[in-house]
Design a protein around this ligand. Structure first.
Ligand code: GCO
Length: 435
């Protein structure tokens, strides 16, 4: 390694990530619950993993597995079930989670928005509302004032571009919008919401808590390759799509500018609203040019149609497994000159040996990037337990811990040992390098 490894944490952070609606159960006041009850999906989240009741047991498990970090989300609709009415019991519940983690020396990474929204917020207009960023910031202020003393790392919004795509452009997720015009409004509001939340969080830590804090988003990143490597058109489309999917949001908040050629250019109240970069990496895409008007400029994904021979392995949802892509994505982030936290990386499979290989190869890819001086603060596997995978229901199994949904019993899978082995090896290798 060329540079000394810098991190404010005493060790490389490693563990797992979850989100409230996917594990807690009974989140009755959010838009996903309403969507599930309307019969649009085959499965409803119901009690999910019953984590709301079993959280102490789950955290004890995290501790037994040796993890030193855990990412989870607080559920906006639980904390603010009606507009400006705060549920102190819900806040106390998250306070209990933080205390459990603290007593076991596990670093919490807390997400403030992970795909779900309170029903009252959506009835008013949701992310299309001009004051959506302010409403979100009010929630953030409440949560951070109450819970901030036990948290050093915040993720404001999980995968804003994925949320925007499925909820407002494609319409597969609530509120089921299918509009390019609305998507632009939502994009701007999500960026503004992050910047507003960033300011609120820093103000609270500077004035009241007087401790250090680091704030980011969790950016979904895909490694993209041209369908025909010699085609200039395919290569151009890859460049455009990579910028749009991987960098548009990050660059907006870093440059303090809402910018899209020919569509909009607006200054934000501040620049540099990221203290690190949280990324979620799952797969690679092959992309082929389609046309040069509107959304066609981003090309077509053609992995299944043309690349059967290039793809060695897929997960149970058909996403290609490609550890090299994580290394490439990490290298592509060097230009932003910020430390990186892998906020999610995971596989759904019922073959736990496949998961074991997945973890080993992806952590090795992280290690390779670190040796080439990408600053990586940590690695969080998605997910701790099998859970509710949104419109795909409970079938995809992402956990290093198996959940029997009939009895709510947990069973540690052997891939959990690989997570520990690989991450300890990385920590050890790093210390040697730094030392
Ligand atoms: C996402 C979310 C998670 C998913 C995970 C697997 O990336 O979509 O953060 O909620 O469950 O990524 O698809």
């Amino acid at each position: 390694m060329t540079e000394k490894y810098e991190s404010p944490f005493s060790s490389f952070l490693w563990g797992t990530a979850t989100s409230a609606h996917q594990i807690e159960g009974n989140n009755r006041f959010n838009d996903w619950w309403e969507w599930e009850q309307s019969g649009r999906l085959k499965h409803a989240s119901g009690v999910a993993c019953d984590h709301y009741r079993l959280f102490r047991q789950d955290i004890e498990l995290i501790s037994k597995l040796g993890h030193n970090a855990y990412r989870f989300s607080v559920e906006w609709s639980r904390i603010e079930p009606e507009e400006n009415i705060w549920n102190e019991v819900a806040l106390a519940y998250y306070g209990d989670i933080l205390r459990e983690l603290k007593s076991r020396h596990i670093e919490p990474i807390v997400t403030l928005h992970h795909f779900t929204n309170p029903v009252w917020f959506m009835r008013k207009g949701g992310w299309l509302l001009p004051d959506a960023p302010a409403l979100f910031a009010r929630f953030v202020k409440k949560v951070v004032s109450v819970l901030g003393k036990d948290v050093r790392l915040w993720i404001t919004i999980n995968e804003p571009m994925i949320y925007l795509y499925f909820s407002y452009l494609l319409g597969d997720w609530p509120p089921g919008n299918h509009s390019f015009k609305d998507s632009i409004i939502v994009f701007k509001n999500l960026v503004r919401a992050h910047v507003h939340a960033y300011q609120v969080i820093h103000q609270i830590y500077e004035s009241a808590l007087q401790t250090q804090v680091w704030v980011s988003i969790a950016q979904h990143m895909t490694h993209m390759m041209p369908c025909r490597p010699n085609s200039i058109r395919d290569r151009l489309v890859v460049t455009l799509r990579r910028w749009f999917v991987n960098f548009l949001f990050l660059e907006a908040v870093q440059n303090g500018m809402l910018f899209f050629p020919g569509l909009f250019c607006e200054a934000l109240p501040r620049k540099k609203s990221l203290d690190f970069i949280g990324i979620n990496y799952y797969s690679r895409q092959f992309v082929r040019s389609k046309g040069w008007i509107g959304a066609d400029m981003l090309g077509d994904m053609c992995s299944q149609d043309h690349h059967g021979k290039d793809i060695c392995e897929c997960n149970s949802l058909g996403w290609e497994i490609y550890p090299e892509g994580l290394y490439q994505v990490l290298k592509s982030l060097r230009k932003l000159k910020l430390p990186v936290l892998i906020a999610e990386n995971g596989i759904c499979t019922t073959d736990d040996e496949q998961r074991t290989r997945f973890i080993r190869d992806h952590v090795a890819a992280v290690h390779r990037a670190i040796r080439e001086s990408v600053q990586v603060w940590g690695y969080l596997y998605w997910s701790l337990v099998d859970n509710f995978e949104w419109d795909k229901g409970f079938a995809p199994r992402f956990g290093i811990v198996e959940v029997d949904y009939q009895t709510q019993t947990r069973k540690v899978k052997s891939s959990a040992q690989e997570l520990e082995r690989s991450c300890r090896k990385l920590c050890h290798g790093n210390e040697n390098h730094a030392g």
